[in-house]
Design a protein around this ligand. Structure first.
Ligand SMILES: [Cu+2]
Length: 143
């Protein structure tokens, strides 16, 4: 029996929900979606992989520093530790000046009312000697 393929946006949403779930939030699903205003976080990290050029919907993978002021879907502070995550990139963002392995600063928009809550709005290269803090007691632990 063949089943219809799930539409791509639904798939990305499910993946994102998993990714954000991994960020330590116990999402309280009783909170009204849309009650929490969108926020943009300035985050630093290292590019693990870039979207495939021939796959425009593909995501960027970044190992990011902690986001101490992160607000969760409930509207409460939900600090995000350093971790590696994948994010959709907003249309028109120029990634031509960054490569895998580069240290970058990026603007991460979280809009819990949007279909895909997280989007990267800008990516700026940092000097190679920039010191990033991925916290948690291990130097460069894999996970
Ligand atoms: Cu994260």
């Amino acid at each position: 029996m063949r089943t219809a393929r799930a539409p791509f946006p639904m798939m990305t949403l499910a993946v994102l929900a998993l990714a954000l779930g991994a960020c330590g939030g116990d999402a309280d699903d009783t909170t009204a979606i849309g009650a929490v205003p969108a926020a943009v976080y300035q985050v630093r990290g290292e590019v693990e992989s870039l979207p495939e050029p021939d796959r425009p919907m593909d995501w960027i993978a970044l190992r990011h520093e902690a986001i101490p002021d992160f607000i969760g879907i409930t509207g409460d502070p939900d600090p995000m530790p350093a971790m590696t995550m994948r994010f959709p990139v907003a249309e028109g963002v120029d990634l031509s000046s960054v490569s895998a392995g580069d240290k970058v600063a990026f603007d991460l928009e979280i809009d819990w009312a949007a279909g895909d809550p997280a989007r990267v709005l800008a990516v700026t290269p940092l000097p190679a000697e920039a010191e990033l803090d991925f916290g948690g007691g291990g130097e460069h632990a894999d996970h």
